[in-house]
Design a binder for this molecule. Sequence first.
Ligand SMILES: [Zn+2]
Length: 317
Amino acid sequence: MIRSTEQYAAPVVDRPAAGGRSVSARPANARLVNAMSVDVEDYYQVSAFAGTIGRADWPSYPSRVEQNTRRILDLFAETNVRATFFMLGCLAERHPHLVREIVEQGHELASHGYSHYRVFEQTPAQFRDDVSTTKKILEDTGGVAVNGYRAASFSINRDTWWAFEVLAEAGHTYSSSVNPIQHDHYGVPDADRFSFRPNGSAFTEIPITTVEVLGRRLPCGGGGYFRLFPYQCWRWGLRQVNGSDGRAAVFYFHPWEIDPEQPRIAGASRRSQLRHYTNLKIMEAKLRRALTDFSWSRIDEVFLGDGRGDGRIGAVS
Ligand SMILES: [Zn+2]
């Protein structure tokens, strides 16, 4: 499928109509641009295996993150997609050339924290140290400003709402760390579905995308759900978000999700194993469909291009 560069034009066009009111309208042939993101971590670093594999054991596992991330870079180059890569600080130290390749290929470099501690496992002081250190490592390695942050396992919840203030103080301008659904490991089911300014600050939170069906929120932002459920269900959901809601979506996945050959982790719970290993073989083909069925770009371009940060389709004249 050949796509014109027009589809990659600035996604947010919002001009107040006469009288100061915004009018929502979309040219018939325009496609809304959604935000694509990758959480760069290796298969043995995921939170679901944290009870089985300690951080001290990480160096003993064969690393596969570099080859998997390269495949993703190739896939994005092939489909003409730019994305945001949320990278662990410890991986940036180990694979500095990978960080530079991500930047050189036009993607946004952002932070996933140093070593995947969830926010609620840290005190505010520890969190401040973690995000400041990681930001500096990424910026020194990539040679670009790092503005975005995604918490390990979407671990900003009502108990860790203070994290937004710490992130802003450390120089970040946005986070994409809230998953506004009910889930056994994470989620803030009553949070806004779309981007918001926590505590009325200038900082922006851009939650993972959900779709509302008969008053219920369902996940529509990627990850395990995208792998587990039929592609057509996800595509229907995203069309609802882009069409009925008139909003841009945020999608995420991990390098290990396109790697069916990764070593199996013994000792993890059946539930974790099921979530982690199901449909790894078909993930890349599914992703390829998603990349061509919708238009995508970096989070900063989709949501922060006009400084307003809500990703809404606005008035078009
Ligand atoms: Zn993660």
